[in-house]
Write a protein that binds this ligand. Structure first.
Ligand code: PMP
Length: 391
C-alpha cells in the first residue's frame, strides 16, 4: 500500500546500521530461566527483581479478585471505575512510602506524563537530569513550563540551573532515583540540600528502586533517610512489584489535584481487579519476606564481582542494573546474540535508548537466580567476551 514509504526507508536504514530489532517473545512464564525460540535460557533482561511475577500469594490474590470482581472495571476511575480495592491499595501504598497519600496510574510511564504535564504551568521551571527516563522527558515536553537540563548527576550544573531560576513560581527538580541504563543511584542528599537552599521542589522516579532500595524496598528517599524532604515520589508497579501500574506518593493535595487534572488518570480505564489485588499483595510480600531483597543484593554482588573479575567494564552501576559496556551498536547486538547461543538472554541496548557509541548489554539479576545459574551466565560471558575480543 502506498503512503508510508518513508517509514520503510528508516527501517531499512536501521537494518543497514545493525540497530533493527525483532521483538523476542517468551514461550514460558517470566523467571530465572525462560524459553525463547524453543530453547531454555538464563534470563538476565527482566525487571522482575524479586521474582514477584509468579509469587504464589500474589497469583492467589489475583485469582480471587478475578473470581469475585471480574476481569475488568468498565470505566475510568473518575466515572464508575473506582473499586474500593483501588482506594484501599492507595492507602496501603501511602503508608508504606511514609507519605500522606498515593494515587495509582495505569503505568509508570503515564504517571510521569500525567504528573509533570498537569502540575507545571508557564510560570514554572522544571530542572531535569540529562539521563532521566523517556517518560520524564515526554512529560516535560507536555508542560508549558520552561525547562533546564543539568549534566548527569552533576551538582554544580544543577546549582547553576537553580541559581538562574529564582524568578519562577515553582522550581521542580526531577531525577530518576536509580538510572535505568547505568544502574547508578542519584545523589539525593546533595540534591535535597541544593533544593532546600534554592527553595525548589523535588520529584524522584523510583521505577528501579521500589522494592530494591530502602527498608523493605521503600525506595531511594527512604534509603537516604530523606523521608518527608522529597515532595513527589513516583514509581512503577511493573518491575520489582511484578505486576503493572505507576504510583505517585505525595500529599493529599497533590492526589486530589491529579484526580482532577492528571490526564492519563482521567481518561484511561482503571486497572482490572486482579492487577490491583496482586499489587496490594506485593506490599505484604515486601513487608513479610525481606529475605527476597537480601537475596537480590547478594546475587547482584556475586554477578557484578564476577563480571569485573573477568575484566568487563560495568560502568558506574551501584545496583542490580549492571551494564556490560561494549561500545559499538552492531557489536553490542552481536554480543547479545552470541550470549543467546551460549544459553543466556541479555539484551543489547543501543542508540537511541543510550548515546551512540555507548552500546551495552544490560543485565539484571533477580532474587530468583541460583548461584549455579549466575555462574553459568558468567561462564557464557567469558566465552563470548574472549571470542569477540571484549576481554
Ligand atoms: N521510569 C523509569 C525510570 C523506568 O525505567 C520505567 C520503565 N521502563 C518507567 C518509568 C515506566 O514504567 P512502566 O513500565 O510502569 O510504564
Amino acid at each position: 500500500m502506498k503512503g508510508f514509504e518513508y517509514l520503510q526507508e528508516q527501517l531499512d536504514e536501521m537494518k543497514d546500521q545493525g540497530t533493527f530489532r525483532q521483538l523476542i517473545p517468551l514461550e514460558s512464564a517470566q523467571g530465572s530461566k525462560v524459553t525463547i525460540k524453543g530453547k531454555e535460557v538464563i534470563q538476565l533482561s527482566s525487571n522482575n527483581y524479586l521474582g514477584l511475577t509468579s509469587h504464589p500469594k500474589m497469583k492467589e490474590a489475583a485469582e480471587r479478585a478475578n473470581e469475585e470482581y471480574g476481569v475488568g472495571t468498565g470505566s475510568v476511575r473518575t466515572i464508575a471505575g473506582t473499586l474500593k480495592m483501588h482506594e484501599d491499595f492507595e492507602e496501603k501504598l501511602a503508608k508504606f512510602k511514609h507519605t500522606e497519600a498515593a494515587l495509582v496510574f495505569q503505568s509508570g510511564f503515564t504517571t510521569n506524563q500525567g504528573v509533570l504535564s498537569s502540575i507545571l504551568g508557564k510560570e514554572d521551571v522544571v530542572i531535569s537530569d540529562e539521563l532521566n527516563h523517556a517518560s520524564i522527558i515526554d512529560g516535560i515536553r507536555l508542560t508549558k513550563a520552561d525547562r533546564k537540563i543539568y549534566k548527569h548527576v552533576d551538582m554544580q550544573s544543577l546549582e547553576d540551573a537553580l541559581k538562574e531560576s529564582a524568578d519562577y513560581r515553582t522550581r521542580l527538580v526531577v531525577t530518576d532515583g536509580v538510572f535505568s541504563m547505568d544502574g547508578n543511584i542519584a545523589p539525593l542528599p546533595e540534591i535535597v540540600e541544593l533544593a532546600e537552599k534554592y527553595d525548589a521542589l523535588i520529584m524522584v522516579d523510583d521505577a528501579h528502586a521500589s522494592g530494591v532500595l530502602g527498608d523493605n524496598g521503600r525506595g531511594t528517599v527512604n534509603h537516604f533517610n530523606l523521608d518527608g524532604r522529597v515532595h513527589i515520589q513516583v514509581g512503577t508497579l511493573s518491575k520489582a512489584i511484578g505486576v503493572l501500574g505507576g504510583y505517585v506518593a505525595s500529599t493529599k493535595t497533590l492526589r486530589e489535584y491529579l484526580i482532577h487534572k492528571g490526564r492519563p488518570f482521567l481518561f484511561s480505564t482503571s486497572h482490572p481487579p486482579s492487577v490491583t489485588a496482586a499489587n496490594d499483595a506485593a506490599i505484604d510480600v515486601l513487608l513479610n519476606e525481606p529475605e527476597l531483597i537480601e537475596k537480590l543484593w547478594d546475587n547482584t554482588k556475586f554477578f557484578k564481582d564476577g563480571l569485573n573479575e573477568l575484566g568487563f567494564d560495568t560502568g558506574i552501576s551501584e545496583t542490580p542494573v549492571t551494564p556490560v559496556m561494549i561500545g559499538d551498536d552492531a557489536m553490542t547486538h552481536k554480543f547479545s546474540d552470541e550470549l543467546f547461543e551460549e544459553g543466556v538472554f541479555a539484551q543489547g541496548i543501543v542508540f537511541p535508548t543510550v548515546q551512540r557509541g555507548k552500546g551495552r548489554v544490560r543485565t539484571i539479576v533477580t532474587a530468583e537466580h541460583s548461584k549455579e545459574e549466575l555462574q553459568e551466565a558468567l561462564d557464557a560471558f567469558e566465552t563470548v567476551g574472549k571470542k569477540l575480543g571484549i576481554i
